[in-house]
Design a protein around this ligand. Structure first.
Ligand code: GRF
Length: 222
């Protein structure tokens, strides 16, 4: 099976990026990070990439529409022959065209249990503020494929954390971040090993015995 080529898109500190860097360098994932792209020049994630000798760049979104920005991304993905794109704390919306061209090949990590506390306006600390305000007893993180709307694509993996009485948005964010790293790496592992199949809204494990495709890509159910 070929080693998958990843593009990781970031906007901030890049702890999720770091989790992927660690997992790929320890060969826990059948993948290499070909490029890290940030829409913000000051994103610390770019420094993380640089430290590990990974090609990185800032493409500023200033004065560009979402479509124009996505066109620039698409050009790079094609040039770098990217197999999968990881949105790891990337705060820009991708165009429909890009999403269609990379259908079921772009994944995102969101710091709540989708469909709760997600969609437009739910990003960063705001997600945890809303969870505390609502009074939920559990929250968590979700890895999902990207579709044309915000946080609505098929769910690959979710994990929960308890919300304790003494939690604040900041303590909750830290607890959730730990499991984000875990499920992002485990989802990527399955994705890059070609173990996932999307059936309607459900992402299920491809099982050659029950059906699915064999090593040559032939559908066993035929
Ligand atoms: C994470 O909580 C991620 O889920 C959210 O933004 C945060 C980014 O964290 N979308 P980092 O940049 O990976 O440290």
């Amino acid at each position: 099976m070929s080693v998958k080529k990843l593009a990781v898109l970031i906007s901030g500190g890049g702890t999720n990026l770091q989790a992927i860097i660690d997992a790929t360098s320890q060969k826990k994932i059948n993948a290499e990070i070909k490029i890290v792209i940030s829409n913000r020049e000051d994103a610390y994630g770019l420094v993380r990439a640089e430290k590990h000798g990974i090609k990185n760049m800032c493409i500023s979104s200033k004065n560009l529409t979402d479509e124009e920005y996505s066109e620039k991304l698409l050009e790079i993905f094609k040039k770098e022959e990217i197999d999968f794109v990881v949105l790891a704390g990337f705060l820009k919306i991708l165009s429909k065209d890009l999403v269609m061209q990379y259908k079921n090949r772009i994944i995102n990590i969101h710091p709540s249990l989708i469909p709760s506390f997600c969609g437009k306006g739910y990003y960063g600390i705001k997600v945890h503020e809303k969870a505390i305000e609502y009074g939920v007893k559990v929250t968590g993180a979700t890895v999902h494929f990207i579709d044309e709307n915000a946080d609505t694509g098929p769910i690959i993996e979710q994990r929960t954390v308890d919300v304790d009485d003494f939690d604040t948005p900041n303590t909750l964010q830290l607890k959730v971040l730990v499991i984000e790293h875990e499920i992002l790496v485990s989802s990527l592992k399955k994705l890059c090993n070609e173990e996932l199949e999307v059936v309607g809204r459900r992402v299920i494990k491809r099982d050659v015995k029950r059906g699915g495709k064999d090593e040559k890509g032939i559908d066993k159910r035929l």
